[in-house]
Design a protein around this ligand. Structure first.
Ligand SMILES: CCCCCCCCCCC/C=C/C(=O)SCCNC(=O)CCNC(=O)[C@H](O)C(C)(C)COP(=O)(O)OP(=O)(O)OC[C@H]1O[C@@H](n2cnc3c(N)ncnc32)[C@H](O)[C@@H]1OP(=O)(O)O
Length: 290
């Protein structure tokens, strides 16, 4: 328990060093239109970057694009998760930002999911901090007030699929090599209940039951048929489609859309108000045999 508390403190300190407020307990309501401070020349584009993620915000449309750029496969390491939360928080605190498109700058992979090397041969404190960061990523993205669109331009297993599922809309590139799903059972592990719930919310109980028990990674057409992704496009149309979908969602008044989203996703507060028990060191060791 002390280790969990220490890890929570460490993660909070990482976030605090970035200048980001942490944690935010209740959803914020943003103005309906992107606004510029009076008297300033409008800067059309703002960008910030770290070694894992690149973010570009178009202040005229209010749409930011977040690109994962962590070779080789955008695995979700502690550093990646921390940078993700910092970047998302920065955008949420930026009054010019109303929507976020998440995509990958790495060819053929959206995200390979949790970084397996973070779950082997580390201290109890590290596991606790890592697990806390995984939960925080999901809480922040699933509960975000921004319109979130996943532009999935590569394979997206396990934690990568969770990121896509946490968005409001998923568009995937049609490519016979790409797969998406929660394959934890294939790895001999169990997707946590909040992974499972997010999956069920997208595809329904029966499809989720089969897919999760078999740890299936679905082809793009199959993922589309079952509702795991909302739309499928050729690679060269992905950006255009994501922008068009975003425009459709941003045409609504922010407050009505945000409150509706918050109502639909209210169960996430159960996790955000009481982080579930962090898996123990022995649990990780048994699971990954390390
Ligand atoms: C109550 C709670 C109980 C808790 C129990 C503990 C466990 C909790 C965790 C539960 C939830 C888990 C969620 C996860 O996300 S687990 C991770 C699952 N991910 C995968 O299974 C993906 C595996 N990777 C792939 O399928 C392919 O790599 C991919 C399709 C993504 C890309 O294929 P490609 O052919 O392009 O690349 P390679 O396979 O050659 O890989 C390149 C290098 O990248 C390394 N790699 C791949 N995936 C990962 C990863 N997830 N973490 C770290 N590293 C990864 C791979 O080893 C290659 O490295 P080398 O070049 O050094 O060999």
């Amino acid at each position: 328990m002390a280790a969990v508390a220490a890890a929570a403190g460490t993660f909070a300190r990482r976030m605090a060093r970035s200048g980001v407020l942490f944690p935010r307990s209740s959803p914020q309501v943003w103005p309906q239109a992107a606004r510029q401070p009076p008297g300033l020349l409008p800067a059309q584009r703002r960008a910030f970057s770290n070694n894992k993620i690149l973010v570009e915000l178009d202040t005229s449309s209010g749409v930011a694009t977040m690109k994962f750029k962590s070779p080789p496969v955008n695995s979700l390491s502690l550093d990646f998760l921390t940078e993700f939360c910092i970047s998302l928080e920065k955008l949420e605190n930026d009054r010019a930002c109303r929507g976020l498109i998440i995509t990958s700058a790495i060819p053929r992979v959206f995200s390979s999911g949790l970084d397996i090397t973070e779950m082997c041969g580390k201290s109890t404190e590290h596991y606790a901090e890592f697990w806390r960061a995984v939960q925080e990523m999901w809480i922040r993205l699933y509960g975000s007030n921004l319109v979130t669109v996943a532009a999935i331009n590569g394979s997206s297993p396990a934690g990568g699929c969770l990121i896509a599922l946490s968005c409001d809309y998923r568009i995937m590139v049609e490519n016979p090599k790409y797969v998406i799903g929660l394959n934890e059972a294939q790895l001999g592990i169990v997707a946590p209940f909040w992974f499972k719930d997010t999956f069920v919310n997208a595809v329904g109980h029966r499809a989720a039951e089969r897919s999760l028990q078999l740890g299936l990674l679905h082809s793009v057409p199959e993922a589309h048929r079952m509702g795991l992704v909302d739309e499928v496009v050729p690679e060269e149309k992905l950006q255009e489609k994501a922008v068009a979908v975003m425009a459709q969602w941003l045409a609504l008044p922010d407050h009505a859309r945000q409150l509706t989203k918050s109502m639909m996703r209210k169960t996430f507060r159960t996790l955000s108000s009481s982080h579930p028990k962090t898996p123990s060191r022995s649990h990780f060791q048994r699971t990954w045999r390390c």
